[in-house]
Design a protein. Sequence first.
Length: 245
Amino acid sequence: MAIAPAGGHPADCRGECSWIFSDLDERGLKELRAMARPVSYDKGELIFQEGEPAFGFYVICTGKVKLAKHSPQGKKQILKLLGPGEMLGEKTMFDREVYTAYAQTLEPTRMNFYQREPFISFLEKHPSVALKIIEKLVREIKAFQDRLIETSYGGSDERLARLLLMMAQVYGTPEERGIYVGVDLSRSELAEMAGISTETAIRTLSSFKERGYVDLDGPKIYLRDRESLSKIAEPFEIRLKESLI
């Protein structure tokens, strides 16, 4: 991990890339930029671990991060993926407790870190930001409710098809082989996201490929027939991330 001095923002990220800060005036943005401490991580680095004391939160500038949790039996469950403009670790901002999940980069990632106490003082002066954080947390509660229902009632084909479609919607880019879903996950990580076993994820992906719905290149997944995948995925709304798209 590399840390830059406070206020030393990259030219393409001044600290306000999250929609949370969209209503700030120039004075508020100046205060925000002064608090931000840029940090950089290589692919696969841990940002924080479960049980680690939390001293603030992050806003992602570039790159992607997975937020995951271990079960008492040692199994991993990816809770969500986060990309540019999203907040990480903000739930500990008000309770002053430890992180209840761990965060790890999926690719080289740059973020801004905001220390808790200065940011709380900042919120007192800028209540519009506080209201947007509340809005974000409410969206996240709804997103996890949706995923809980999906896990209870959805089949493995439906879950994986729905996940691939959502990844393509949020992070995807059109390429010659199809719509690249935008995130390179291992088969076990994909299974964790969909709430199925690794073996089932491998088998289902192979079936999708045989039917011409997807193309596979190692961890890269390309959607070739989104219409057929949409028919597999029942009309059930889930959110891959809670912020505005």
